[in-house]
Write a protein of this length. Structure first.
Length: 315
């Protein structure tokens, strides 16, 4: 039987989520510290996008106000990726992926304020439901990894902030142009921030200009091309044939994929206790139930996948 558009789109989204899950694994495998790792990832993606005439045409059409808005969001994206890979380095890929699963919880609180809509009690209930899981996750990691949990939670908070802001901006410009501007601004942000990190976030401070060796260079190219631009392109096509409810359920599998990959490829289960995985089950379970609250909504702004990856794709 021929494959329907919906089934093909569903397989594409699963593949995208798998690739997003691999980003945490690559972050652990790349020997660079978080700061130069993120700087190179952003720079490589911008360089690839700069080869597309469509990006330059879209850039010429941007108003100064929109350009400034995208640059501001790009600065938040840079901080999100810095703290995400900081969590990978300070703890491990499983911990970072679990912390980032908290992004919908923060979004439930932040988005009503950003979108200027009334706060709903069910969103508060959603946030409370994951608290036991957070407690178990913290109790299930070694003491030396708890700073990584805190930094990972900061990364999830930043996802919620820039994801909510992006929903107000992305419909005004070409999505590839938006991604290029935001990641370009993020690269500049990290360049300017690097000298201040020892005072602001000492745990993430490191030299910025580090030339990767051949192995790290190949992994960075995979991170930029295969795990950033490829799923971005596939997702934009797939989201035309799927509901927001279906897509959100699939994208909620990202921490599951990342943790399973970390167990197989990095043997991270030896570093963590059963309490950690019990907490993961509670958090992921609550996050899976969240789309039930928004089942009838459409995917209005899939373009934010360019920088938010699997987060906040449904408005």
């Amino acid at each position: 039987m021929p494959m329907t558009d919906t089934r093909k789109a569903l397989l594409q989204i699963h593949f995208c989520v798998l690739l997003w899950g691999i980003t945490a694994i690559l972050g652990k495998l790349i020997s660079l510290p978080a700061l130069p790792l993120v700087w190179w990832r952003m720079l490589l993606v911008v360089a690839m996008l700069a080869l597309l005439p469509r990006v330059w045409r879209g850039l010429r059409q941007l108003s100064p106000a929109l350009f400034a808005g995208y640059c501001g969001v790009g600065a938040l994206v840079a901080l999100h990726w810095l703290t995400f890979y900081g969590a990978v380095k300070l703890a491990n890929a499983s911990v970072a992926a679990t912390c980032i699963a908290l992004a919908p919880v923060f979004t439930a609180v932040i988005e009503p304020w950003v979108a200027k809509r009334p706060f709903q009690l069910r969103e508060l209930a959603f946030g409370i439901a994951v608290l036991p899981g957070v407690g178990l996750v913290v109790g299930g990691v070694p003491d030396g990894m708890r700073l990584g949990v805190l930094v990972g939670a900061m990364s999830a908070l930043l996802v919620a902030i820039f994801g909510s802001l992006n929903k107000r901006l992305v419909s005004h410009a070409d999505p590839l142009t938006v991604t290029a501007v935001e990641l370009g601004a993020g690269t500049v942000t990290l360049t300017l921030l690097a000298p201040l990190l020892p005072f602001l976030l000492p745990a993430l401070a490191s030299p910025l200009w580090v030339v990767p060796n051949l192995r790290d260079g190949m992994l960075l190219l995979a991170l930029a091309g295969v795990c950033t631009l490829l799923p971005f392109a596939l997702a934009l096509v797939a989201l035309r044939h799927l509901s927001a409810y279906t897509v959100q359920l699939v994208t909620n599998l990202e921490p599951v994929y990342a943790i399973l990959l970390a167990m197989v490829l990095l043997s991270e289960q030896r570093e963590l206790t059963p309490l950690f995985y019990a907490g993961v089950a509670i958090i992921v379970g609550a996050v899976f139930l969240h789309p039930l609250l928004n089942r009838r909504k459409k995917v209005q702004h899939p373009e934010i996948l360019g920088t938010a990856e699997a987060r906040n794709i449904a408005e």
